[in-house]
Write a protein of this length. Structure first.
Length: 886
């Protein structure tokens, strides 16, 4: 509901005058106090005052309150102009010969926003400062390269290899730590992930600080994002966490160039106002940087508020259009709406009107916003900067709907660009689009160096390692390597909790462990850790917990170790990512264990898991109660038969589906060694289950092959006049395989060797790399994959069964000598008992037996009638619908 028209202007003026005199005599804060009192009084007296989340469409910081930049504006302008040109040149040059794409318009709109940061705000890590962390907007990457080139950190050859990385020495399209491990820290180009990860990065920094692990004083996290990017639910989804946690170490900069890829972001509205409302409502400090300094004098003259009114009533579609036209158009269509406004600009030329700049292009306004943001305490800050997409591209794309993908500019546009930014490029060279460099003895180069020295040095520099940790030997987990004993049944989830308990108590690495849960601790039997480790909370615990009288009460603590993220897998994953990269961003290796419902892992937050690979995360993900038939009762949305398949798509994610406690211990111990001792940039996905069963002792010497993905669990008798089969099983289905082997022996006199396959994914990777090596080294003695090595010389067909889709076990087919049959759980899950589900999905001991018999009959070892009889004997209906599609 809008405001009523003014029915008594004189009364209004009296109130305004009163307010003015308070501001003059007692200051803005007193005025604020009185206004809040008035509003409170009005509400108590029964007046309905709707909440207004937005303020006028002008800059938040009034002109008189702007902090002035100490820098040289003229020098910075020249540097920025060079950076602009080079950023554009690298895209144009890359596309002249090769058609590799690239973006000009995004950075063109954001150049000032970055430049002010490089020159005045962003600390590199050095002795006195831990370093700021900057999430560069993905499509602005050419700007970061251009800046690094100008300051001498990247070569011309590298710039010319923009987006041409296959031959080495190239520059990645977007920020990718995997591809440029010494340069980029944060992958941001999947829109929405940058803002989300930045929030949790800021929170994790507070966690490290309050646990006394890292000195985080004065460090800030800056996250740059597009206004279109704010459409993503991930961009806004965690903003209330940031204010709830008082993340005053976090600054968002939203580049509001009013456009996204196809066209306007909010053609019929105003993105800045919409975002202001959302962020203010969520409790953020909001700084709007809408108008540049050239507007100051006009706004000062706007005593009746008509200019402000016009600014407010214009929608973004118009604002965009104005900047695609010229001064005359703006005069007619913006100022022309009201005669008084036309009068206001009557003595300005069309060029003067055209020069009326936007806040995000004005270094003074941007500096003032940043200076205010870094000093703000108690809240995160968002800077909403209004800019022009394709700024400087002129007729080639400035503020045009096509500009996002424009990667060509003709001579006329290049000349206009040159003129606009005062660049010195001869006419006969302009079509070469040469890179501009600064002489080492130029004032600009000296300025850049001096600025960076004052801020701790080179900015784009990623640390690739930290001090290695001393990992406990496997013997530390001895209790898990022994047989659990008669009647002592337990699940692999319980085994995991025991391992975690051993780790948190370890003198060397205990404090580095970061257990992360998304409201599922009780599901996984981890509630014992609440009291023992404490749940981290910046506020401690302000209440007496309901279960305070219990041994394992719900304990929140300022020095807690557990991160309890609530029902929030994406947030928990972002915390995990922050912890898993602490070696790089904080110089300390943290060991995060995020345990989640496996269905709500890769399937739900797969893109973050991909970014985690790019970001070279080191840590453990645990898919709890995994498998399609092991988590009984929960049904279609919970029973996971494919997370391992998704895990296999991430090149540096190492995944295992262990069946026994000792397998889990071996895998985790080796994971710790590889990640935190050897500092390999890999992370682990391990599935654990809630099915209770006895755990055998580890077969002697099995460790190496457990890690390779497959080991001989037990060997059948070697009776040469009997049939043989090789049975492969994984996870809990291994136990069905073991039962099937017993049935085969007892009922059909078939001998089976049993193989526990801890990772079909790892087996395939190793086998493929062996095949590749053999192809490329044809004259050398062929290498043998682990699968082949295990199965060579073994008698009989091979049958594999898992609790995952058939393709999971099928992926090693090429390397299995002889006949290979695969059972798995394709199709939608459903609720029932494990027994019935395993029958339904045809992975139980009876189906495994039938599959083995059928394979033997195909090899002429037994008759097909015998297979038929087995089917009847086990009560299997041959006409049962196929579970894969039922
Ligand atoms: C998750 C995701 N969806 C789609 C894209 C493709 N995409 C790249 S840039 C872009 C438009 C970006 O607009 P905006 O955020 O306003 O950035 P600007 O370039 O205007 O600064 C889109 C849709 C992407 N990178 N990530
Ligand atoms: Mg945009």
């Amino acid at each position: 509901m809008g405001l009523q028209p003014d029915i008594d202007p004189q009364e209004t003026q009296e109130w305004l005058d009163a307010l003015d005199s308070v501001i003059v005599s007692a200051g803005g804060e007193r005025a604020h106090f009185l206004l809040e009192k008035l509003i409170e009084k009005a509400r108590r007296s029964g007046a309905y005052l709707p909440y207004s989340a937005t303020t006028a469409y002008i800059n938040t910081i009034p002109t008189g309150k702007e902090e002035r930049s100490p820098g040289s504006n003229a020098i910075e302008h020249r540097i920025r102009s060079y950076v602009r040109w080079n950023a554009m040149a690298m895209v144009l040059r890359a596309n002249r010969n090769t058609n590799v794409g690239g973006h000009i318009a995004s950075f063109a709109s954001a150049a000032t926003l970055y430049d002010v940061g490089y020159n005045h705000f962003w600390h590199a890590p050095c002795e006195t400062h831990g370093g700021d962390l900057v999430y560069v907007q993905g499509h602005s990457s050419p700007g970061a390269y251009a800046y690094a080139f100008l300051s001498g950190e990247l070569s011309q050859e590298q710039l010319d290899n923009f987006r041409q990385e296959a031959g080495g020495n190239g520059l990645s399209s977007y920020p990718h730590p995997w591809l440029m491990p010494n340069f980029w820290q944060f992958p941001t180009v999947s829109m929405g992930l940058g803002p989300l990860m930045a929030i949790y990065q800021a929170r994790f920094m507070k966690y490290l600080g309050s646990r006394g692990l890292v000195n985080t004083d004065g460090r800030k996290i800056w996250a740059f994002m597009g206004d279109g990017e704010m459409d993503e639910p991930e961009s806004l989804g965690a903003i209330s966490l940031a204010s709830r946690e008082s993340l005053d170490n976090l600054i968002f900069v939203v580049n509001c160039n009013l456009q996204r890829l196809d066209g306007p972001v909010r053609g019929n509205g105003k993105i800045i106002q919409e975002l202001e409302g959302a962020f203010r409502g969520a409790g953020w400090n909001v700084i709007k940087v809408i108008w540049g300094s050239y507007w100051d004098s006009l706004l000062a003259k706007d005593t009746k508020g008509l200019l402000q009114k016009r600014m407010m009533e214009c929608v973004d579609g118009e604002y965009q259009n104005f900047k695609a036209r010229d001064g005359a158009y703006v005069r007619e269509h913006f100022f022309g709406k009201y005669p008084e406004l036309l009068e206001m600009v009557a003595n300005m030329s069309d060029d003067d009107i055209w020069r009326l700049n936007r806040g995000g292009h004005d270094p003074y306004k941007v500096y003032a916003a940043y200076a205010t943001a870094v000093k703000h305490t108690g809240q995160p800050t968002v800077i909403l900067a209004k800019t022009i997409k394709g700024y400087g591209m002129g007729e080639a794309g400035e503020a045009q709907n096509i500009t996002h993908q424009q990667k060509k500019m003709g001579t006329t546009s290049l000349k206009a660009f040159r003129k606009r930014f005062g660049l010195d490029i001869p006419d006969d060279k302009i079509d070469e689009i040469p890179y501009l460099t600064l002489a080492k003895d130029s004032p600009e180069f000296a300025y850049m160096q001096e600025r960076r020295q004052a801020l701790g040095g080179t900015f784009h520099r990623r640390k690739t390692s930290a001090q290695a940790l001393q990992i406990p030997p496997l013997s530390a987990f001895e209790s898990l390597l022994k047989a659990s004993g008669e009647g002592r049944e337990s699940s692999t989830t319980m085994a995991f909790v025991r391992i975690l308990n051993i780790l948190v108590k370890d003198k060397q690495i205990g404090k580095h462990i970061v257990p992360i849960v998304a409201d599922e601790s009780r599901t996984f039997g981890m509630e014992g850790m609440f009291r023992q480790l404490g749940i981290w909370s910046s506020m401690g615990q302000l209440y007496t917990p309901q279960d305070a009288d219990q041994l394992m009460y719900y304990k929140e603590d300022k020095h807690g170790q557990i991160l309890q993220e609530g029902i929030n897998e994406a947030g928990a994953m972002s915390s995990w990512i922050a912890a898993a990269t602490a070696y790089s961003t904080h110089g300390i290796q943290m060991i995060p264990f995020f345990i989640f419902y496996s269905m709500f892992g890769f399937q739900r937050i797969g893109d973050l898991a991909w970014a985690a690979g790019d970001m070279r995360c080191r840590g453990f993900l645990l898919g709890g109660t995994a498998g399609r038939t092991t988590l009984n009762g929960e049904g279609l949305q919970h029973e996971d038969g494919h997370s391992h398949i998704v895990a296999s798509t991430i090149p540096n994610c190492v995944s295992y589906d262990p069946a026994f406690a000792y397998e889990l211990a071996v895998i985790i111990q080796d994971g710790l060694r590889r990640m935190y001792q050897e500092q390999e940039d890999i992370y682990y996905y391990i599935t654990v289950m809630n099915e209770n069963y006895p755990h055998p002792e580890m077969p002697v010497g099995a460790e190496k092959n457990i890690l390779k993905g497959m080991y001989l669990f037990s060997e059948g008798s070697k009776n040469s006049n009997k049939s043989h089969v090789q049975l492969l099983g994984a996870g809990t289905i291994l136990r069905e395989v073991i039962a099937a082997a017993a049935m085969l022996k007892k009922e059909y006199h078939v001998n089976a060797d049993i193989w526990s396959v801890t990772s079909f994914n790892e087996l395939r990777r190793e086998a493929l790399s062996v095949t590749r090596w053999n192809m490329l080294h044809p004259a050398q003695p062929a290498k043998v994959s682990h699968v082949e090595d295990c199965l060579k010389g073994r008698e009989g067909p091979v049958v594999a069964a898992t609790d995952y889709m058939k393709i999971y076990a099928d992926q090693i087919r090429e390397f299995v000598p002889g006949r290979y049959r695969v059972l798995g759980t394709d199709g939608f899950g459903r609720s029932d008992t494990r027994e019935k589900l395993r029958h339904f999905f045809e992975v139980d001991r009876f189906y495994i037996t039938v599959a083995a018999l059928k394979a033997l009959s195909e090899e002429g070892k037994i008759s097909s009638q015998q297979v038929d009889q087995a089917i009847q004997k086990y009560g299997i209906d041959p006409e049962k619908p196929n579970p894969a599609i039922s």
